[in-house]
Design a protein around this ligand. Structure first.
Ligand SMILES: *[C@@H]1O[C@H](CO)[C@@H](O)[C@H](O)[C@H]1NC(C)=O
Ligand SMILES: *[C@@H]1O[C@H](CO)[C@@H](O)[C@H](O)[C@H]1NC(C)=O
Ligand SMILES: *[C@@H]1O[C@H](CO)[C@@H](O)[C@H](O)[C@H]1NC(C)=O
Ligand SMILES: *[C@@H]1O[C@H](CO)[C@@H](O)[C@H](O)[C@H]1NC(C)=O
Ligand SMILES: *[C@@H]1O[C@H](CO)[C@@H](O)[C@H](O)[C@H]1NC(C)=O
Ligand SMILES: *[C@@H]1O[C@H](CO)[C@@H](O)[C@H](O)[C@H]1NC(C)=O
Ligand SMILES: [Cu+2]
Length: 259
C-alpha cells in the first residue's frame, strides 16, 4: 500500500515534469532574479552559489527548524561576523547583492556550521565592474554588507531619486556623519573612494527609502597596501632575504574591523 502510494506519487511527479516540459516555452526569468536557497544542515556542503548582478537570494527554512543567517568576512565557521540577518524558526530571509564579489554566510546555531556544514559562499556578478546598484527594495530584501580593500573606489549607481549619506550605525534612525552626495534624480552615478579602514554605514536619506526601501548598507574597508596599514608593514617582501641576525618576531596582530 505504502509503496503503491509512493509509486503513485512518483508517477504524478513525472507526469507533472513532462507536462511542464511540454508547456509552451516559458518566458525568460525576470531580471533581477530571486533565487530560493533551502537553508539547512547539509553534510555534503553547499556549492558556490552564482548569482547575476542585482539578484536576490532568499534563505528559507521550515518552522520546525531553528537557524540563523550570519554573514562573515570570509568563508568558514570562525571568521569574524559582519552582520546577522535573522535567527529563528521558519525563516525567509531575502538578501540583496548590490556589488560584485564573494559573500560568505553561515548558520551560527549549535554546531550547524562546523558539523552540519551549513555555510555557503555567494559569488555575485563575478565579471561586473566596481558599481554598486543603489535601489529602493520593493521586495523587502536586505543589503548584504560589502567588503573591500582600503583605497577601493565604488561607483554608486541609481535610476530613482536618491542620495548617499554616511551615518554612525547601520540603522534608519542613525545620525548623519557626512553627506556624500546630494539628493539627485538618476540615472546618476557617484564614485566614492574609501581611504580609511573600518565599517562605513551608508543610507539614503530620502523619506521612507531606508525604512521601507531598505536602502541602508555597510562598506567594510579592510586595510590594504594602499592605505590603512602600519607604514612598516606597507610592502612585505614576498621572499625574505636571509636575516643578518635572527630578528625578534614582532608581527603586528591583524587589525580588527569595527563591527
Ligand atoms: C510531450 O513532448 C514529447 C516530445 O517532445 C511528445 O512525444 C509527447 O507526445 C508530448 N506530450 C504531450 C502530452 O503533448
Ligand atoms: C544569470 O543570467 C543568465 C543570462 O541572462 C541566465 O541564463 C541565468 O539563469 C542567470 N542566473 C541566475 C542565478 O539568475
Ligand atoms: C569567489 O570564490 C570562488 C570560489 O572560491 C573563486 O574561484 C573566485 O575567484 C572568487 N571571486 C572573487 C571575486 O573573489
Ligand atoms: C514587505 O513588507 C511589508 C511589511 O511587512 C509587507 O506589507 C509587504 O507585503 C512586503 N512586500 C513583499 C514584496 O514581500
Ligand atoms: C546633510 O544634508 C542635510 C540636508 O541638506 C543637512 O540638513 C545636514 O545638515 C547635512 N549634514 C551634514 C553632516 O553635513
Ligand atoms: C556614469 O558616469 C560616467 C562618468 O562620469 C558617465 O560617462 C556616464 O554617462 C554615467 N552614466 C550615467 C547613467 O549617468
Ligand atoms: Cu542552522
Amino acid at each position: 500500500m505504502r509503496t503503491a502510494l509512493i509509486a503513485l506519487a512518483l508517477v504524478a511527479a513525472c507526469t507533472g515534469l513532462v507536462a511542464a516540459q511540454n508547456a509552451t516555452v516559458p518566458p525568460p526569468p525576470p531580471l533581477p532574479a530571486v533565487v530560493v536557497l533551502p537553508w539547512n544542515e547539509r553534510p555534503s556542503g553547499y556549492p558556490l552559489m552564482k548569482l547575476n548582478c542585482s539578484d536576490v537570494l532568499r534563505f528559507k527554512w521550515g518552522s520546525n527548524n531553528r537557524h540563523d543567517v550570519i554573514q562573515t568576512i570570509a568563508p568558514g565557521c570562525s571568521t569574524p561576523e559582519v552582520k546577522e540577518f535573522f535567527e529563528g524558526t521558519g525563516g525567509d530571509v531575502p538578501v540583496y547583492f548590490s556589488y560584485p564579489g564573494n559573500y560568505s554566510f553561515k548558520c551560527g546555531v549549535n554546531r550547524h556550521c562546523p558539523v552540519g556544514r551549513q555555510r555557503v559562499v555567494v559569488g555575485q556578478c563575478p565579471q561586473g565592474p566596481d558599481v554598486l546598484a543603489w535601489t529602493f527594495r520593493r521586495d523587502n530584501s536586505t543589503y548584504a554588507p560589502i567588503i573591500v580593500p582600503c583605497g577601493a573606489k565604488i561607483t554608486f549607481f541609481w535610476t530613482g531619486r536618491h542620495d548617499v549619506v554616511q551615518v554612525d550605525k547601520p540603522s534608519c534612525d542613525a545620525t548623519v556623519i557626512k553627506n556624500l552626495t546630494e539628493i539627485v534624480q538618476g540615472p546618476y552615478n557617484q564614485t566614492i573612494e574609501f581611504t580609511t579602514p573600518g565599517a562605513h554605514h551608508l543610507l539614503c536619506s530620502v523619506p521612507n527609502h531606508c525604512t521601507v526601501g531598505r536602502m541602508v548598507t555597510t562598506v567594510h574597508v579592510v586595510p590594504s597596501e594602499v592605505c590603512g596599514m602600519p607604514p612598516r608593514k606597507a610592502t612585505p617582501p614576498v621572499h625574505k632575504p636571509p636575516p643578518r641576525r635572527a630578528p625578534p618576531s614582532r608581527r603586528l596582530p591583524p587589525r580588527k574591523l569595527a563591527q
